[in-house]
Design a protein around this ligand. Structure first.
Ligand SMILES: Cc1ncc(COP(=O)(O)O)c(C=O)c1O
Length: 469
């Protein structure tokens, strides 16, 4: 297989800095990397919030007219500029009412189907395996209704510890639907004592030992909190070898790292579109069902949008189910949710996931390098503040997001970052999540982040000495 990168991020930083005769932490390096970045113009396709519009910015510390530093793509992606144009559908509704179902650039009846093809590169799947529908949690329920058919022998669902609450509740409630004992049937996998992330070998060992009683493995592809990227291929292969159905919640992975769902042979997957896919809060979600199930697995809950278009409006109540994932659709899709997703997916189509992932590894690798340079273990003797990176040690084992934890109170750090116009995310009890997104973040953004972060930590150190935090 072709390597993801011609060289590791640290090697790139060393090479560029020696060409420029400076240290890798020098601003010149960031500016040079931006100059070389063939994807840099894509940031112009997005609106970046201005300092003056953010609620907790201290205008005495920043220039109000400048763009804020946005590192929160893992929470909500930025708005593509074409969204407003594509919301011309509002106008169409006003002007022609019900004729809009069938005419115009996006006949509403076909709204979601017109953009499914734009998801194939992102999901690594063919068009018939993808449906764009509902919201993520709803789809998780629908997929488990299909794939979780417990028997006295196969009755467990395997998931990671501290899975996203919605996934946890979905599994709990599905087990309850089948009258199963949650303690016995919900097999939760925890990291080893003293570790933050799960080791692949530990996941595979549980599958090997307990696979005979596991009906479904439902993992996230990338853990929302730690940022750990799971080895989907290995989990899928080993799980299926034991007879389990294997599926993934890819909310934090889709549009972030490359996926090959078809080739990996996953049974099912689903994702939301408001994080790296930039479709706005509550945007239309996606579903993948592998084509190998096209003739064997039918929707548990059927609606009229699962019916072939050619007979859907005959209203004769004789279901002609669409083969493939679109047969799992239930309702008429809301066209106003299709528009933002289309605007974003068109940008992805131009940028390509391969190129985005390459940039992402270098961009997040640069952030990791800078954090380690200023706060690595050898620095802690001289600097009191400790910053831990909660990621596996290989940069290819994470996506854009890094989760940092501190020896000083996180709430103070987060508040001070916000005052300086840095948009990132906090996770209780002590984490801050920072995601440089290759579509709209630059190397210079990361450089500026590190500088502001350093000044915030210095002030935290002074305040701690004075015992005021
Ligand atoms: C990993 C994960 N799963 C599920 C959800 C829930 O998504 P929705 O509100 O679209 O159902 C989220 C939302 O952030 C998430 O991050």
């Amino acid at each position: 297989m072709e390597p993801l990168l011609p060289e590791l991020p640290t090697d790139t930083l060393q090479r560029v800095s020696s060409e420029l005769r400076c240290h890798p932490t020098d601003e010149k390096v960031a500016l040079h990397l931006d100059e070389e970045d063939k994807l840099r113009h894509f940031r112009e396709h997005f609106y970046t919030p201005k300092m003056q519009d953010l609620p907790r910015v201290d205008l005495s510390l920043v220039n109000k007219d400048e763009n804020a530093f946005y590192f929160s793509g893992h929470s909500l992606g930025l708005q593509p500029k074409m969204v407003k144009t594509y919301l011309e559908e509002l106008d169409k509704w006003a002007k022609m009412g019900s004729y809009g179902h069938k005419v115009g650039k996006r006949p509403w009846i076909l709204g979601d189907e017109t953009i499914t093809g734009l998801m194939t590169d992102i999901a690594g799947a063919n068009e018939k395996e993808i449906a764009i529908m509902n919201a993520l949690t709803v789809n998780l329920h629908l997929l488990l209704l299909l794939f979780f058919k417990p028997t006295p022998k196969w009755y467990k669902i395997l998931l990671e510890a501290k899975a996203f609450p919605s996934d946890h509740y979905v599994i709990e409630s599905q087990l309850q639907l089948h009258g199963l004992d949650i303690e016995k049937s919900m097999r939760i996998l925890k990291p080893r004592e003293g570790e933050d992330t799960l080791r692949t070998e530990d996941i595979l060992e549980v599958i090997e030992k307990e696979g005979d009683s596991i009906a479904v493995i439902l993992f996230s592809g990338l853990h929302f909190n730690t940022g750990q990227l799971f080895n989907i291929h290995a989990i899928t292969q080993d799980g299926q070898a034991k007879g389990c159905f294997v599926g993934f919640d890819l909310a934090h992975e889709v549009g972030n790292v490359e996926l090959h769902l078809h080739d990996w042979g996953d049974d099912f997957a689903c994702w939301g579109s408001y994080k790296y896919l930039n479709a706005g809060a509550g945007g239309l979600a996606g579903v993948f069902v592998h084509e190998k199930h096209a003739h064997t697995i039918k929707p548990a809950l059927v609606g009229w949008f699962g019916n072939e278009l050619s007979t859907r409006f005959k209203m004769d109540n004789k279901l002609q189910l669409i083969s493939g994932a679109n047969g799992f659709r239930i309702s008429n899709p809301l066209i106003f949710l299709v528009c933002p997703l289309q605007a974003s997916l068109e940008i992805f189509r131009k940028a390509t996931m391969k190129a985005l992932r390459r940039k992402s590894i270098l961009l997040t690798g640069y952030l990791e390098y800078m954090i380690k340079h200023y706060y690595g273990k050898d620095k802690t003797e001289t600097k009191k503040s400790v910053v831990n990176l909660i990621i596996p040690s290989h940069i290819e084992d994470c996506g854009c997001q890094l989760t940092l934890s501190f020896s000083v109170p996180m709430k103070y750090i987060f508040k001070e970052l916000e005052k300086r116009g840095i948009v990132c995310d906090k996770r209780e009890p002590n984490g801050v999540q920072v995601s440089p997104v290759p579509l709209y973040n630059s190397f210079h953004d990361v450089y500026k982040f590190i500088n502001l972060f350093n000044s915030v930590l210095e002030s935290a150190e002074i305040k701690r000495k004075m015992s005021v935090i």
